[in-house]
Design a protein around this ligand. Structure first.
Ligand code: FAD
Ligand code: SF4
Ligand code: SF4
Ligand code: SF4
Length: 387
């Protein structure tokens, strides 16, 4: 029976919850705002199935990509975080009668996985949401579709893909599993608190969020908050200056399992891995106009077939090393920040001003970095107007 004594050993993939024949495992939120499985010993029949599907208890071997590309879709790039490869893949799968699963932000600003049968429904899945998504019971739905012979595209973090694969076992025929380069996720509990703090400051509810507003720059993206009142309006703020995003990027607010990730570096055994191609200036200068470009790793034959089926992409082949370069999201293990415990303890203190507390832990960038950023923003602006 699953029992979590060391939180760094559970990535929250829900495979155990979904496989339990007695449905005796539920996800419960902890003090830091992450969800963990809790099993009811009175209902447990000690079948061991929960342990057998867990990606942390059954670590996968590393796998190496078979090909890599710089890619983008002129049709979808704009509304997507990187090069819009995900919506192009989704269209290809839908055109072949398949169904797509991905993460959306609901109207109450919670993030969760849903299914889509049409490109209109896929629209909401576009854009990175920097909050761990709730998988609800999508693994069960995916299994049913696969059993009925329908193709399924599942996109998620590497640990979600690893959990899905463990849960499906040998019922995976017809699945296209796509993961993202992932340096970690903050929990839904912290996100809920932060949204509440923003609403308090603005005296208006937040009605929509884009974590990756790249209208000014893909490399130096902003976060955009839309408020429900005209007075508060729309606030676009450099991601480095927004406390929630800054702490995410400082690794302060990640799930404990992210500091010893069980699934990155090819261990999710996904078919494709999508990322931002941060090395573009050196590896694919033809795409270097700051509008966004994806680095895509092809990990399996299924992934290779999917790549050949998508249409309307600008692409160039790279070496996997080029895609992996300058991108900590693939394999670098991030260290637990010294002040992480102190930060989360401080959030629990009654009466804490959440916004202020979070701001106090943001490390401000030195002037030299600011200067470099302004220089790079100016040169990408020049590149765009010269096109
Ligand atoms: C938490 C997180 C951390 C990331 N870290 C890195 C990184 O370190 N380096 C890097 O290169 N790229 C990272 N990415 C991936 C990158 O931001 C893009 O999502 C990816 O390149 C796909 O871009 P796109 O333009 O093809 O897709 P888009 O059209 O923007 O679609 C976004 C895709 O991401 C999925 N998604 C969005 N939010 C979540 C979520 N919370 N959980 C699971 N799936 C989600 C959607 O289902 C969809 O498939 C991260 C993404 C997330 C969600
Ligand atoms: S051992 Fe079996 S019954 Fe018990 S919690 Fe795990 S899956 Fe459920
Ligand atoms: S990693 Fe996944 S399968 Fe393992 S205990 Fe956590 S939620 Fe369950
Ligand atoms: S870093 Fe690893 S454990 Fe954390 S969300 Fe990403 S894939 Fe999951």
């Amino acid at each position: 029976m699953i029992q979590i004594s060391d939180k760094s050993k559970c990535c929250g993939c829900t495979a155990c919850v979904n496989i339990c024949p007695r449905q005796c495992i539920v996800m419960r939120r902890d003090r830091e705002g992450f969800d963990y499985p809790v099993a009811n010993p009175d209902m447990c029949i000690h079948c061991g199935r929960c342990e057998s599907v867990c990606p942390v208890l059954n670590p996968a071997s590393d796998s190496k990509p078979i090909a890599a590309y710089a890619m983008r879709s002129s049709e979808y790039m704009e509304g997507s975080s990187s090069g819009g490869v995900f919506p192009a893949l989704a269209k290809s799968v839908l055109d072949r009668g398949g169904v797509v699963f991905g993460a959306v932000m609901e109207s109450d600003l919670t993030v969760g996985h849903v299914e889509a049968d049409t490109m209109d429904q896929v629209q909401r899945m576009r854009g990175s949401k920097y909050v761990q998504s709730d998988l609800y019971s999508v693994f069960e739905d995916i299994k049913e579709y696969l059993k009925s012979g329908r193709k399924v595209l599942f996109t998620g973090t590497p640990c979600q893909v690893a959990g899905l694969k463990g849960y499906l076992g040998d019922v995976a025929e017809g699945l296209l599993a796509v993961d993202l380069a992932c340096h970690g996720v903050p929990g839904p509990g912290l996100w809920e608190k932060y949204v509440g703090a923003l609403a308090k400051r603005a005296d208006a509810d937040v009605s929509d969020v884009s974590f990756r507003d790249k209208s000014a720059s893909w490399r130096h993206y902003s976060v955009r908050y839309t408020y429900a009142s005209e007075t508060a309006g729309i606030v676009t703020i450099d991601a480095a200056r927004d406390p929630y995003m800054a702490l995410f990027r400082q690794d302060m607010t990640l799930r404990p399992s992210c500091y010893r990730c069980p699934a990155r570096n090819g261990r999710s055994h996904s078919d494709l891995t999508l990322a931002d191609l941060w090395s573009v200036h050196r590896t694919a200068p033809g795409f270097n106009d700051d509008r966004g470009v994806s680095g895509v790793l092809v990990n399996t034959e299924t992934g290779d077939m999917a790549m050949r089926e998508i249409e309307g992409m600008e692409m160039t082949e790279l070496s996997p090393a080029d895609v992996l370069a300058e991108n900590g999201g693939f394999s670098e293990t991030v260290a637990v920040p010294e002040k992480r415990q102190e930060f989360f303890d401080g959030l629990q203190v009654a009466g804490t001003d959440i916004y202020r507390h979070m701001s106090e832990y943001v490390v401000r960038r030195p002037l030299k970095t600011m200067y470099k950023r302004i220089r790079s923003a100016l040169s990408s602006f020049k590149r765009r107007i010269s096109k």
